[in-house]
Design a protein around this ligand. Structure first.
Ligand SMILES: [Zn+2]
Length: 127
């Protein structure tokens, strides 16, 4: 476990400090240097199918967990109330399954959106 700091910013700064997560509401995204210490930059976009940000007025939480499968460190952790909490390391099979699930969620979400759009069009025609 590690204490981290959050900073709400307009622009993502060029120089990122250790143990700080920079949050841009304007761009609906956050960035931080991997909390394992490997210095890789982790970008977590906010969207209904990516990450969700919770701000309780003092601390931030991100969900779901952050799995840095593309980095050498393969670190996996949660950000909960300005704390980095280690999560279970995933096997290759779990990573692959996670990726597939993520894709499925996106497909489902956007299909639903399309449905609602078309159902509106159909309703309009039937008036
Ligand atoms: Zn790392």
């Amino acid at each position: 476990m590690k204490i981290i700091t959050h900073k709400f910013v307009e622009q993502i700064p060029r120089q990122l400090d250790d143990d700080v997560i920079y949050i841009s509401l304007k761009y609906s995204t956050a960035i931080h240097k991997c909390f394992c210490g490997c210095q890789e930059e982790v970008i977590t976009p906010f969207s209904p199918t990516d990450w969700q940000l919770a701000f309780d007025g003092k601390t931030i939480s991100l969900s779901p967990s952050i799995g840095n499968w593309n980095f050498k460190c393969q670190s996996h952790y949660w950000i909960r109330n300005n704390q980095m909490v280690w999560a279970k390391k995933w096997s290759d099979i779990e990573i692959e399954a996670g990726r597939r699930q993520d894709l499925l969620n996106k497909e489902r979400y956007y299909a639903k959106k399309k449905d609602s759009y078309w159902s509106k069009v159909i309703r309009w025609f039937k008036r």
